[in-house]
Design a protein around this ligand. Sequence first.
Ligand code: PMP
Length: 398
Amino acid sequence: MTTAAATDPSALLAGLPARQGFGDATLIRLAPGSIDLGGGNPATDLLPIDVYQDAFGAVTGSTEFSALLKYTPAAGLPSLREAIARREGVAPERILITNGGAHGLALAVLGTLDPGDVIVVDDPVYPLFLRVLDLIGVSVVPVPVAADGIDTDDLERRLSEGLRPKALFTVPTFQNPSGVTLSTAREAALVALAERYGFTIIADDPYRAIAFPGTAVPDRAAFRRSDRVLAVNTFSKTLGPGLRLGWIVLPEGAAEGYTRLRNRLDGQTSGVLQAVVQRMLDDDRLDPSIVAAGAAYAGKARALTDALREEFGDAVQIPNPAGGFFAWPRFTGDVDFAALFEAAQDRGVTYQRGEWFAAQGEGFAGFARLSFSEVSIADLREGVARLGQAWRSLGGRG
Ligand code: PMP
């Protein structure tokens, strides 16, 4: 028997495809004892819990607390906008507080694109950005991510041949999934192309603070100076995704329009949480804790890549991550990678398949996104050993 839907969906709602591949929970089998190399959470034991506790106590105990329980400005608490602006090196008027990165991406997409427009995206891409694009219905043009970021030479060639995108999406630092960082030279080239051809860059940068010791992260001065860039960010990787707090650095003069847009969706981000985060940003313990987390993630990344090289030898190519949460190995050999994924899950390890990050069609078979952020070093080694067993069960050689 079919039951009628309680309400008739809009064409938008009816047309939203179910998640496929990345983010499709039905594909992931996590039996008790399984090791999950698929996630994007920070390690909770590396989050600054003591800084949180003190900030919550200070906020709830302060005389301003009752005012924070009322409506607060849609663009964000002035004190938090100022604290973020100081860190970004821009005027506070350019900061819009959001309910996390996904919300910022939705605002950027709704504020930039019209149905039928063309958007250039990283290839491989952060797949959930493509799902945000489902809100509008646009054409996606993949541009490869090279070793130093989205390939601006390839983009320039296509622009000179007539490609006219309205926007471009990239994850500039420790890219999800590849771990690649856009060089300062490519950043400048990208901005020059955006200005010349008149498109908006949506730069989604949640991993920039997760730099491993010795890694210098580009300061993104060219992005900040350009009025062609929306820089979307989130505290999800440094303070935890359960917080749901992020921000956008907008071009000068754009905040009013984007605030009007966000007013149609949710009105404001929690004033209470904004006040908590503002106190955390002003706490001297916060930055050292994020630096220490970066060092711990570096140790995990090293354990994972060492184990992969030991287990797979010549059958794996794997760049060393310099930050972020992911390794992006490429396995070579005459192996059915769909079967490998199932065989790995049978043996108690799961991950994200490379194909799920293709910006369009098929691609990246043989790649895997392996997340080390939340997994202990012992489990990373055991996970790789299980992957190796699965590999050999299918005839792969290492
Ligand atoms: N962009 C990228 C590249 C991400 O990896 C993530 C989190 N997986 C997000 C955006 C979304 O962040 P948030 O949890 O703050 O919505």
